[in-house]
Design a protein around this ligand. Structure first.
Ligand code: GDP
Ligand code: MG
Length: 783
């Protein structure tokens, strides 16, 4: 029997895990190991994937993957009545209380001048971002890891200037299953942070401790931050912290990142272990008496075998040995064993597999989980089901329910766009626009009164104020859109969307996970392209990157708003929605094309955790919005300001550098004129349009600012373009080449050729689609 043969509500005990390679390792790392008990919870609305409960958390896998897992029926556990446990207070050993977990408290510390660097490591959804924001406040710096485009956030811990903390990507294990795991692993091994802060979701402690075990194997100084303690305590759960510290050999600090509780204590402990370089007191988790001690003997044999090699390669020896036993090719290569040693290694592992009756990876995962189970048995008392989980289960009846999931998704996205473009964002935008207009008029009046040189006057008023001002007024819409997207993501809804949509996305050759970059793409293509790094398959990643530019990014909103206001003020919402859908439609067609040509093959597996729904923390949301606004303002005052000035200059002077009275004679008209014949069939054969489109390549927002400069006013545009041409222009702007920043990030991910390809075919597609739409609307009688 395999897992697929079980109906929702039935429980099973896993007998064997099939599959191979990285996927199988990932199964094991997620706790899908022989002997584990699972309950099938539900199937996605379209019948695939399925949702399981294992080790007290929710996991999704596809039917095809479930077929590779052999299982036998198990007694179903009585379903979860909420039963609060009596809570007993335990006192936590603070810093200096006999230095129980700081054995080197009086030893030789690192000099004060040495910068203390920390890595923040934890599972996804363990509260990493929230904790990072609490630790650093606004002292953050966002960048990339050297050489790869995985988001990297650094920050100084508040109040401690000589520190640096790096937020590593959320991972489940130290196996190189996705590039994020590899990044985190390399960071800890090669950048040598002075200490690791391991954040653990206390409500999901079994699964989270798996990563902790691997970090302990690495032997780096570490402190465990037991997060979400507010929920655990609220549910009447008890965790014996002292005991857990004893068993793990590292300081464990209970915290609540959202409520900022325990964070100061965490900092103290982290500073201490970093300053005194206290390695974990315990690394040896394999038990002599566990199944005859096969794994224990194997591990120690390998440790002895490779000790000198590991030292030379600069790898923690126990970590290297564990990875070798799991069959990690990357580590094997780094160790540079000779032929004899490799053979010995194989023999040792073979013998262990024979004695233990499990294969190498499963045996290692089992050894770690066996220890975790002991820790949990001794230190953790949890209610059968937490309030948060009950709440999530109820919400999921609607959000992933058979008949409700898809309509609700459409409703939610509809509401997000409606609120952004029609209600909140639009209202704020009007306010800001009025303010900017007032400032512009005031500046105009002032300059006239002072009687400045007309060229300077024109630069300031027509160039800078009109151009940058018009872009600036879109800030509220963009911030509102990001606000909603981040709420959806942080609350845990987006992963549900991935779960629900997986089957549909597979039709077009993607997996449900690709929905995340796609939805981010509605905000901005650059982070969307970067977020594809979480996809474990190279094929899916590439394909997703090529498709995200079709999701209409928020920088195009000013273009839409501008044209819709000028030409179809009463059909605003319809036009906006139509454009978004057109983008998606073209994306789907493109996906089908790619799927059947360049990217033939199967989509990646879909092993994913469904976290409980949570209310995002106000601080995290506020910081994100601040970051986005800052980003937008920086662009407005750098790229867009420069473009505006250049365009103003080019249109004010002729080829002989004389000031022109009619911009028809300007340099700009001459240059852009070259493109006019291409745009003519679209009814956009005007050099001013060509110019604004070119500047849109720098930043989409500047299409509008340039039009403002070139046409003078909105009325000017209305007078020179027909409604039909406005429609064509909208379609063309939607689809043509992504901006420079997006192309650059595509280049970083896929290389020069792909990036160049994207620019070319998007322009071609935009041209063809615009022409088609034009013909269609002309046939419908628009002129
Ligand atoms: P990340 O994926 O590890 O970066 O996790 P986030 O920081 O985004 O947190 C995931 C969710 O958990 C968010 O909705 C947070 O508001 C919530 N969260 C984080 N820390 C805590 C906590 O201590 N208690 C509670 N109740 N929720 C938390
Ligand atoms: Mg996060």
């Amino acid at each position: 029997m395999t897992l697929r043969d079980f109906r929702p509500g039935e429980s099973a005990r896993i007998l064997a895990v099939g599959g191979e390679g990285a996927l199988r390792q990932h199964f094991l790392d997620m706790g899908v190991i022989p002997g584990a008990e699972v309950t099938v919870e539900k199937l996605a609305p379209l019948g695939d994937p399925m949702q399981l409960r294992i080790h007290n958390y929710e996991l999704t896998l596809r039917i095809a993957e479930a077929e590779q897992i052999e299982a036998e029926p198990a007694e179903a556990k009585a379903t979860a009545a909420f039963s609060p446990v009596k809570r007993k207070e335990t006192e936590h050993p603070g810093l200096g209380e006999g230095g129980r977990f700081h054995p080197k408290g009086t030893g030789d510390p690192l000099p004060e001048s040495e910068k203390l660097t920390f890595a923040l490591v934890g599972n996804q959804n363990s509260g990493k971002t929230t904790l990072f924001n609490q630790l650093t406040g606004s002292n953050q710096h966002v960048g990339n890891f050297p050489g790869v485009t995985v988001d990297r956030k650094d920050g100084v811990i508040r109040g401690l200037p000589n520190t640096l903390i790096t937020d590593l990507p959320g991972i489940y294990s130290m196996s190189p299953y996705s590039s994020e795991e590899l990044v985190s692993r390399d960071f800890v091994l090669q950048q040598h942070p002075k200490a690791v802060i391991n954040i653990v979701d206390a409500g999901n402690i079994q699964r989270n401790l798996y990563l902790t075990m691997q970090l302990l194997e690495m032997g780096v100084p570490m402190v465990v931050a037991l997060n979400m303690m507010d929920e655990v305590l609220g549910n009447g759960g008890v965790i014996d912290i002292n005991r857990m510290e004893n068993m793990l050999g590292v300081p464990v600090v209970p915290i609540s990142a959202v409520k900022n509780e325990g964070v100061d204590e965490l900092i103290q402990h982290a500073m201490h272990i970093a300053r005194y370089q206290e390695a974990p007191l315990r690394q040896d988790f394999c038990d002599e008496s566990d199944h005859g001690g096969a794994v224990h003997r194997c591990l120690h044999a390998v440790i002895h075998l490779i000790q000198d090699h590991a030292q030379r390669a600069g790898l923690p020896v126990r970590f290297a040995a564990s990875k070798l036993i799991e069959g990690d090719a990357n580590i094997l290569e780094q160790l540079d064993l000779d032929e004899n040693e490799v053979e010995m290694l194989d023999h040792i592992v073979l013998q262990m597999e024979k004695e233990r009756g499990l294969d190498r990876s499963a045996a290692m995962a089992d050894m770690r989980f066996a220890y975790i189970n002991r820790v949990c048995d001794e230190c953790v008392v949890m209610p059968h089901e937490s309030k948060e989980h009950i709440r999530s289960r109820n919400l999921d009846k609607v959000f992933t329910g058979k008949y409700t999931a898809i309509p609700v998704f459409i409703l939610i996205m509809g509401a997000v766009f409606y609120l952004t473009f029609n209600v909140i964002g639009a209202w704020l935008q009007d306010l800001l626009a009025a303010f900017i207009e007032g400032q512009t008029a005031a500046a105009d009046a002032l300059l006239t009164r002072v009687g400045v040189n007309p060229v300077l006057h024109s630069l300031l008023v027509d160039g800078i104020f009109e151009g940058v001002g018009s872009v600036l007024s879109f800030l509220p819409i963009i911030v509102t859109l990001f606000f909603f997207l981040s709420m959806l993501e942080d609350s845990g809804y987006i992963v549900r969307v991935a779960f629900v949509m997986d089957k549909i996305l597979r039709r077009i050759g993607l997996s449900g996970r690709s929905i995340v970059p796609m939805l981010i793409g509605f905000g901005c293509t650059v982070p969307a392209v970067m977020s594809t790094r979480t996809l474990p398959s190279e094929r899916d990643r590439r394909m997703t990157i090529l498709l995200t530019p079709f999701m209409s990014c928020s920088a195009k909103v000013p273009i839409y708003a501008f044209f819709v206001n000028a030409f179809f003020p009463d059909k605003g919402w319809l036009a906006m929605t139509g454009l978004y859908f057109l983008g998606i439609l073209v994306g789907v067609l493109m996906a089908l094309l790619l799927k059947n040509t360049v990217f033939a093959g199967e989509a990646v597996p879909f092993v994913m955790e469904l976290p409980n729904y949570r209310l995002p923390s106000a601080k995290s949301v506020a910081l994100l919005l601040w970051e986005k606004s800052k980003d937008f303002l920086q662009r407005a005052f750098s790229v867009i300001l420069l473009t505006t000035i250049c365009i103003w200059f080019l249109q004010s002077f002729s080829l002989q550098f004389d000031l022109v009275t009619d911009s028809h004679d300007s340099i700009l008209a001459a240059v852009s004129g070259l493109l006019v014949p291409l745009l003519k069939p679209l009814g956009l054969g005007d050099w001013r349009i060509a110019t604004s489109l070119i500047s849109g390549f720098m930043a989409k927002e500047s299409v509008v600012s340039v039009m403002e400069v070139l046409y003078g006013t909105e009325g000017g545009v209305r007078a020179s373009l027909s409604s039909l041409s406005a429609v064509t222009m909208l379609v063309f702007s939607l689809l043509y080449t992504p901006c420079v920043a997006a192309v650059a990030s595509i280049r970083r991910e896929l290389g020069r050729n792909w990036a160049f390809g994207v620019v070319c075919w998007q322009c071609a597609i935009a041209w063809a689609a615009a022409l088609l739409v034009r013909l269609l609307f002309a046939a419908l009688g628009l002129s």
